[in-house]
Design a protein around this ligand. Structure first.
Ligand SMILES: Cc1ncc(COP(=O)(O)O)c(C=O)c1O
Length: 398
């Protein structure tokens, strides 16, 4: 048998986020803090809009780029809130979630041999797509700068092979946002180079320390920026699969071909629901945020009181405490915590090797669950410190 598959597919791994949650079936009493999706239901008007679309037989294909009415709503959202404008006719594509927007961008711009700079630790979704395109991720270590990408380090990583740099702020898995001055410096650095900027700002509406700042607010960058967005997080619509890709027309003429051959168009009842989300439910994220802030403050305070070094998140619904004290790899730590304290968290190494020594906790869970989880964690840590248990003979260098 000489059948083979693409070796690059063999090279990529399933997402590390699921490694622990897949085991939860064996631990029915565990508190699951692994999943990154809002615990609020999709708002009623959005569901009704989808019902109506189905009842009205709006169930056929749409334009490849998506319903024009939805693209207009997307354009208006960014203009009204962030004061930058993309032309709904030529510069916006509605995708099957932000994930398909990413895939479309990478397949549109990358060639084998290209390098893509990726601040790390970072969301699991980018590296496999970069690898599949035959390009190489080059990591920008943010572990010594409170998970904020340093413009000087970025400059040093840029080579003639650099095709693009990826940003995801507010960040999954760390929850950090980039301060305004650093954004300005990054933008100034990037303005001097012929490289694409791919900015996944899906958590922009879950920013807790002032207004989100977008790379699209820098006019110098517009010509090389791909902005990725969507409704999965802001409107609790993960299962509806609606994302947005925005970029200059010259790139979108190419990207729309990749998108069309991949999926023809995003699901049409979901697109009708999305119009409602953007036009009638603009306040939904603002209504959820006070709850997230309460939970963020609670978890941050509890972790800090337990003595776990933790960067205070400014957005998204994740927190990324250090567990270096325990001399376990983050995978060993997560497995031990599930087994002994019945708390499921994601090992930091799911988010590149730069996540080692950390765990990701999602706080998109009911407050009482978070309280139980923090109590269990505190008891486990106290026991561990008292008994000095679980020290592996040759601890890995963290
Ligand atoms: C940073 C980031 N981008 C994109 C996605 C995927 O978004 P979607 O469900 O819209 O494909 C996620 C999901 O967790 C994410 O955290």
């Amino acid at each position: 048998m000489s059948l083979t598959i693409n070796p690059r597919v063999q090279q990529i791994e399933p997402s590390g986020i699921r490694k622990i949650s897949n085991q939860l079936i064996n631990y029915p009493d565990a508190i699951n803090l692994t999943i990154g999706q809002p615990d609020f239901p999709t708002p009623e008007p959005i569901k009704k809009a989808a019902h109506k679309a189905i009842d009205d037989n709006k169930t056929t294909y749409s334009h490849n780029a998506g319903l024009l009415e939805l693209r207009q709503a997307v354009s208006a959202f960014f203009t009204d809130k962030y004061s930058f404008t993309y032309n709904p006719q030529t510069e916006i594509i509605i995708t099957t979630g932000a994930s398909q927007a990413m895939d479309t961008v990478f397949r549109t711009i990358l060639e084998p041999g290209d390098e893509v700079i990726v601040p790390a630790p970072i969301y699991t979704g980018y590296e496999p797509l970069i690898t599949l395109a035959g390009a190489t991720p080059i990591y920008l270590d943010t572990t010594t700068t409170n998970f904020i990408p340093d413009p000087t380090q970025l400059e040093k990583l840029i080579t003639p092979k650099t095709k693009a740099v990826v940003f995801n702020y507010p960040s999954n898995p760390t929850g950090v946002t980039i301060p305004r001055e650093t954004m300005d410096e990054l933008a100034a650095t990037l303005a001097n180079h012929d490289i694409f900027i791919i900015s996944d700002e899906i958590y922009s509406e879950n920013s807790y320390q002032g207004e989100h700042r977008s790379f699209a607010q820098y006019p110098d960058l517009k010509d090389k920026l791909f902005l990725i967005h969507g409704l999965s997080k802001s409107h609790s619509m993960t299962g509806w699969r609606i994302g947005f890709l925005l970029a200059a027309e010259k790139w979108m003429q190419q990207a729309v071909k990749v998108h069309a051959y991949n999926t023809i168009c995003a699901g049409v009842p979901s697109q009708h629901a999305a119009i409602c989300a953007l036009t009638e439910c603009q306040d939904t994220p603002a209504a959820m945020n006070p709850d997230y802030i309460l939970r963020r403050d609670y978890i941050y305070t509890r972790l800090s009181n337990m003595g776990l070094p933790t960067v205070k998140p400014g957005g998204a619904f994740y927190i990324f405490p250090s567990i270096k004290e325990f001399h376990l790899t983050s995978e060993q730590f997560a497995h031990t915590l599930l087994d002994e304290a019945r708390i499921a968290v994601v090992p930091g190494t799911a988010f590149t090797p730069f996540g080692e020594g950390h765990i990701r906790i999602s706080y998109a869970y009911a407050f009482d669950q978070l309280e139980i989880a923090m109590d269990r964690l505190e008891t486990w840590i106290t026991n561990w410190r008292n008994k000095e248990r679980y020290i592996v003979p040759n601890p890995p260098l963290l």
